[in-house]
Design a protein around this ligand. Structure first.
Ligand code: GDP
Ligand code: MG
Length: 152
C-alpha cells in the first residue's frame, strides 16, 4: 500500500453508452485519487484478448470480448493510497446483483455481462494493464490537494 499506488480503471462500452463516464470519473476524483492518464478508445478484439488473457477458456470469454469491442471504452489510470483495493471496493462485486448499493455496479448495473466498469485486481495486474493500455506512458504532475488528502 502506498500513496503512489496506481490502478487501471475502465468505463466499459455499456457505461459509455449509458452516459456514466462523468459519474464514474467524479467518484474517483471526489474520493481523492489523482487522474494520471485518460483516453477514449475503441479497442480491437486482439487487444481485449490480451487484457482478459487470464479468462481465456471461460465459457463467457467470446461474449465478453464481443461486448468489450462493441463500442468505445474510457481507459484511465488513477493514483493514490491503496488505489487497487479501494478502486475494487468502489466498483463493487463482479456480479452487480451482489454489489452493495453505494458502489458503482451496485448503483448502476444489474447483469454480470453488462457491469459497466473494470478495475485492476492486484498491483501486479494493474501495472500490466497500464502498460497494455498506455504504452505511451502516463502524465506526472503534482496535485495541489495532496497534502490535504494524505498524511505527507
Ligand atoms: P472483474 O475483475 O470484477 O471485472 O471480474 P473478472 O475478472 O472475473 O471478469 C471480467 C469480466 O468478465 C467481468 O467484469 C464481467 O463483465 C465478465 N464476466 C465475469 N464472469 C462472468 C459470467 O459468469 N458471465 C458473463 N456473461 N460475464 C462474466
Ligand atoms: Mg478482473
Amino acid at each position: 500500500m502506498s500513496v503512489q499506488e496506481r490502478t487501471y480503471i475502465m468505463v466499459k462500452p455499456d457505461g459509455v453508452q449509458r452516459s456514466l463516464v462523468g459519474e464514474i470519473i467524479s467518484r474517483f476524483e471526489k474520493r481523492g485519487f489523482k487522474l494520471i492518464a485518460l483516453k477514449l478508445v475503441h479497442a480491437t478484439p486482439e487487444h481485449l484478448e490480451k487484457h482478459y488473457a487470464d479468462l481465456k477458456g471461460k465459457a463467457f470469454f467470446p461474449g465478453l470480448i464481443k461486448y468489450m469491442a462493441s463500442g468505445p471504452v474510457v481507459a484511465m489510470v488513477w493514483q493514490g493510497l491503496d488505489a487497487v483495493k479501494t478502486g475494487r471496493v468502489m466498483l463493487g462485486a463482479t456480479n452487480p446483483l451482489a454489489s452493495n448499493p453505494g458502489t458503482i455496479r451496485g448503483d448502476y448495473a444489474l447483469a454480470v455481462g453488462r457491469n459497466i466498469c473494470h478495475g485492476s485486481d492486484a498491483v501486479e495486474s494493474a501495472e500490466k494493464e497500464i502498460a497494455l493500455w498506455f504504452p505511451e506512458g502516463v502524465v506526472q504532475y503534482t496535485n495541489s490537494q495532496e497534502s490535504w488528502v494524505f498524511e505527507l
